[in-house]
Design a protein around this ligand. Structure first.
Ligand SMILES: Nc1ncnc2c1ncn2[C@@H]1O[C@H](COP(=O)(O)OP(=O)(O)O)[C@@H](O)[C@H]1O
Ligand SMILES: [Mg+2]
Length: 396
């Protein structure tokens, strides 16, 4: 072991030793040990009393790693990247959702009949009857982007698709893919697709896709470029064919997603997940109420009519607030009692639908940037809502 390695192992033994870290920092820079700098010193650099030498070394390491990553992206990504043995332990392992544990089905999704019908035809049936679809020149696979206001069931609906399809379902967040080590995010992308392909028919669900697919001019850190390129190469099937591999992305901000992601053969179908309709709202309210002690004559039909444009998450919050009211009363010495209609109404009163801001933004895109009719389902939704409720919401 040389001196530097001795110092490193000393710091590993007492990772909060600022004096030691201060001595080590310039030596690590000198030796270009960028990854070691991040692993050993990044946390220390965050402390308010961190010595300048430590902070500088971490900044320098970050900048250098970003450069290296950009250079790596210039390398063709169609071939698997060689993996340094030491790095293997830092890579993610991807496994499909456990069928027994995912119990969500279309029946558990309240309302949303149009969306269910579309998903049946585009996703569920092609997987169930591949031969029939092939006969008519259609195959399962490709990319679909679910979009809509936050809290309205994109993630939930994707789980229901998993429940309906007899396919391996991989539920992946961007943070499962991104990795600090140079080249590892790309390797994670390759691993993910390779694992999914090996278990076809398979569905790959990537939540919050905008974190990866943001328009390049919106991205502050360009070091995602190589990860994005790796992802697009896999999506194109440049490496291997993608038959019977369906990739579903979800996002609140489809307009922020780089158009490279929306080219034919990539995420070329956009499906709008609207705020729940009255029937869906009632189903969601009932779903959250059945888990709690309630009066038997609760009228959720009326409440569902009085919560236009509420998201699923808003409705969950409403029920939660009603329960808190009762609980506060009980803790203050009151007798235990079930949740009543009055509790629900009181909880409803101060609330506003959280989807309004999103819908106002969407309206702008529909009116001024609906190239290729990408957002026609939103336009249709807004028109429908506009006819019955014109003037009620500020933006119509
Ligand atoms: N149509 C629906 N039927 C039943 N529950 C719903 C529905 N839409 C939303 N929810 C509820 O709202 C919660 C938030 O939805 P989620 O899928 O996380 O929203 P998003 O991914 O669009 O932000 C879900 O966990 C679910 O409990
Ligand atoms: Mg979600």
């Amino acid at each position: 072991m040389n001196d530097l390695d001795l110092l490193i192992s000393a710091l590993q033994t007492s990772p909060n030793n600022l004096a030691l870290a201060q001595v080590l920092a310039p030596q690590l820079v000198q030796a270009s040990r960028w990854v070691d700098i991040i692993t050993l010193l990044a946390a220390l650099a965050q402390q308010h009393d961190a010595p300048a030498a430590i902070v500088q070394s971490v900044d320098q390491a970050r900048a250098r790693l970003a450069e290296l990553q950009a250079q790596a992206s210039a390398v063709r990504l169609a071939e698997p990247l060689p993996v340094a043995h030491d790095d293997l332990e830092h890579l993610a392992n991807f496994a499909p959702l456990n069928k027994e544990r995912n119990t969500v089905r279309f029946a558990d999704v309240g309302g949303m009949d149009t969306l269910k019908a579309v998903a049946q035809m585009k996703i569920v049936q092609p997987f169930a009857n591949p031969a029939l679809f092939k006969k008519y020149g259609k195959t399962a696979g490709g990319g679909i982007l679910l979009y809509g206001p936050p809290g309205c069931g994109k993630t939930y609906f994707a789980k229901a698709i998993a429940g309906e399809c007899d396919a391996a379902f991989f539920n992946v967040g961007i943070h499962d893919i991104l990795n600090l080590y140079v080249g590892n995010s790309e390797r994670n992308v390759q691993r993910l697709f390779a694992t999914a392909r090996s278990q076809r028919p398979a569905i790959l669900f990537i939540d919050e896709l905008d974190a990866l697919g943001r328009k390049r001019d919106l991205m502050r850190h360009s070091n995602l470029t190589s990860t994005i390129n790796a992802f697009l190469a896999e999506l194109d099937g440049a490496v291997s064919d993608n038959d019977n591999l369906l990739v579903i992305g979800a996002t609140n901000a489809p307009w922020d997603i780089d158009s490279a992601f929306k080219r034919p053969g990539r995420f070329d179908q956009l499906l709008f997940v609207p705020p729940p309709d009255a029937k869906a709202r009632q189903a969601i309210l009932d779903l959250h109420l059945t888990k709690r002690p309630c009066e038997t004559d609760l009228d959720t039909t009326r409440l569902s009519q009085d919560t236009e444009q509420f998201s699923g998450a808003d409705l969950a919050a409403l029920v939660d607030e009603a329960a808190s009211r009762v609980l506060t009363e009980v803790l203050g010495g009151g007798a235990e009692r079930p949740i009543t209609q009055a509790d629900l109404l009181a909880a409803r009163k101060p609330m506003k639908a959280s989807t309004q801001e999103w819908l106002a933004t969407a309206r702008n895109y529909v009116e001024y940037a609906n190239e290729g009719g990408d957002y026609s389902d939103v336009a249709q939704y807004l028109d429908g809502a506009g006819q019955s409720k014109r003037g009620k919401f500020g933006f119509f």
